[in-house]
Design a binder for this molecule. Structure first.
Ligand code: NAI
Ligand SMILES: O=C(O)CCC(=O)N[C@@H](CCC(=O)O)C(=O)O
Length: 489
């Protein structure tokens, strides 16, 4: 049986129930193990606690050196890791190669962010000096999603380690093999034992870790539903830091843009990258009524029908691979049916041709006539909802008519219109004439409303990985030149 859990520097068999990971493009089991029990989660937290003082006492340069070795190992193993990711998620190999590249880049970016966002500031005073320094929180848990099983947990783990925290990583139960592969590289990089631990499993493992009394914080990327549960669980614990990166119901508005193919390219990149399984994906597309809008929509339908969907290792490579699982694909088709039953009209019908596999073709559905009854839900797959509009400000109001607020975009040739849009739209990522997927690691990444809790990740992850300490320091006690009234020395 696979030794799936990395606790205190060694690999352990799980003592919980069986879990397995399936290649969704081939319906083959590629990993199987037993999950971590609450006792094993406890052992991982204890190991992280024991390792904390020594790790946080190391110089930043020493911690950085281990992270840089990890980045070098990622480079040396990039093809093998990209293949593991492709097999487990169904994403095409060209795309998983970009995910590994983002993981490598994360180390240098986090080094810069550490100094810029949380460095030490020293100010002279008449007597002594004032300092702002940063300290790590202690032991933190990192929860990862399946859609970016390497890059997104890495975006919490690297800054957390650089800041001096020790970590327990709980990957998505749908992508345990990528997590195992990644942890093997951390182990080779020479991390001291207990500094980074990993426990695998489903919801019970997650609950045992999130509810453990000895963690100082939890950094989560995943669904809004789970994020809200964690938020409730952390209620009454103001001393624990919780960073939530969650989903979105993201709008993209098109208005007066002359280059039809360029517009359609931005829409396709926004809606269908990663088979629609990015939290930043456009879910709602607003297109103006009239001839210009009709032309854009007609071209979008044509291009969408021609999108190549195939296995991750197919030659030629597809734009879209399979979704994470056959169940996820079936869930998207069901969501489409529900919208059709409400009265929406499919312009391109999404199809799952083989119920055993995770492939679906991309879909477009016109929901203009059912806006008043449309659920405000994130459909995490390649289904784009089209809304035709005649009044731009009303379109912006409708774009904002969601509990989420992750990403939003405007495609338009006029800068003044963009400024108008930027002021009114509510989201943490707002783009102009650029796809709304593919956010930069060198910028903050997070949303408002149900998309986050105001602790953005990516470049700003440094902020939630440590806390500031303000100090006034004098080399010895010193009497002031003047005393306050009523005080005699
Ligand atoms: N804003 C962001 O940065 C991103 C958000 N996402 C969102 O993630 C979602 C897709 O990822 P999923 O893996 O399906 O998310 P998920 O919420 O199902 O799972 C995330 C993690 O939480 C754990 N978990 C689930 N229920 C739990 C509970 N009750 N207590 C403790 N742990 C629990 C899971 O085992 C997994 O490790 C989408 O909604 C997507 O929008 C994905 C990537 C980026
Ligand atoms: O965290 C970072 O370094 C940047 C954020 C990022 O890579 N975002 C990606 C994926 C987010 C998702 O899962 O959808 C993106 O914006 O496409």
């Amino acid at each position: 049986m696979t030794q799936a859990h990395f606790i205190d520097g060694t690999w352990h068999e799980g003592q919980g129930h069986d879990v397995k990971s399936v290649d969704p493009a081939k319906n083959e089991v590629i990993w199987q193990a037993r999950s971590a029990t609450p006792e094993q989660v406890d052992a991982a937290v204890k190991a992280a606690r024991n390792a904390f003082l020594e790790w946080s006492d190391k110089s930043f340069e020493d911690r950085l050196a281990v992270c840089k070795r990890f980045a070098d190992l990622l480079s040396e193993n990039k093809d093998a890791l990209a293949l593991t990711m492709a097999r487990e998620t169904g994403k095409p190999l060209w795309e998983t190669a970009t995910e590994v590249a983002a993981m490598i880049g994360k180390v240098g970016i986090s080094e810069r962010a550490f100094h810029e966002r949380t460095g030490t500031v020293e100010n002279p005073m008449p007597a002594g000096k004032a300092f702002v320094r940063h300290k790590p929180h202690g032991v933190v848990a990192v929860f990862g999603p399946y859609n970016f099983p390497g890059h997104l947990p890495n975006g919490h783990i690297v800054p957390a380690l650089l800041a001096g925290n020790t970590v327990i990583f709980k990957p998505s139960e749908l992508t345990p093999k990528v997590a195992e592969h990644t942890l093997q590289l951390w182990e080779q990089a020479g991390l001291p034992k207990g500094v980074l631990n990993m426990v695998q499993g489903e919801v019970e493992t997650g609950k045992a870790l999130a509810g453990h009394q000895d963690i100082d914080g939890l950094f989560f990327t995943g669904s809004s539903r789970t994020g809200k549960l964690l938020h409730e669980q952390f209620g009454g614990h103001p001393g624990k830091i919780l960073a939530l990166e969650m989903g979105g119901n993201n709008p993209l508005i098109v208005k007066d843009a002359a280059e039809v193919d360029a517009v359609v390219h931005d829409i396709v990149q926004s809606a269908y990258l990663t088979s629609g399984q990015r939290c930043t994906c456009a879910r709602r597309l607003f297109i103006e009524e009239g001839e210009k809008g009709d032309a854009i929509l007609a071209r979008l339908v044509e291009v969408t029908k021609n999108i190549l969907v195939d296995a991750y290792d197919a030659d030629p490579q597809p734009f879209m691979g399979s979704m994470i699982s056959a169940q996820a694909a079936a869930g998207m088709v069901k969501a489409q049916q529900q919208l059709q039953q409400l009265g929406a009209e499919s312009l391109v019908e999404m199809e799952q041709k083989d119920p055993e596999l995770g492939f679906v073709t991309p879909g477009i559905i016109d929901v203009t006539s059912i806006l008043d009854k449309m659920p405000d839900e994130e459909h995490f797959g390649p289904l784009l909802k089209v809304i035709r509009y005649s009044d731009f400000d009303k379109a912006i109001d409708e774009a904002n008519n969601t509990a989420y607020g992750l990403s939003a975009g405007l495609i338009c040739d006029d800068e003044a219109t963009y400024r108008h849009f930027f002021k009114r739209i509510r989201a943490g990522i707002v783009n102009w004439n650029r796809n709304i997927t593919g956010a930069s690691s060198a910028a903050p990444f997070g949303g408002i409303g149900d998309s986050g809790n105001h602790r953005p990740s990516a470049y700003f992850a440094a902020d939630y990985c440590s806390y500031p300490v303000a100090s006034v320091e004098l080399e010895k006690p010193t009497l002031p030149d003047n005393f306050q009234p009523g005080l005699k020395f």
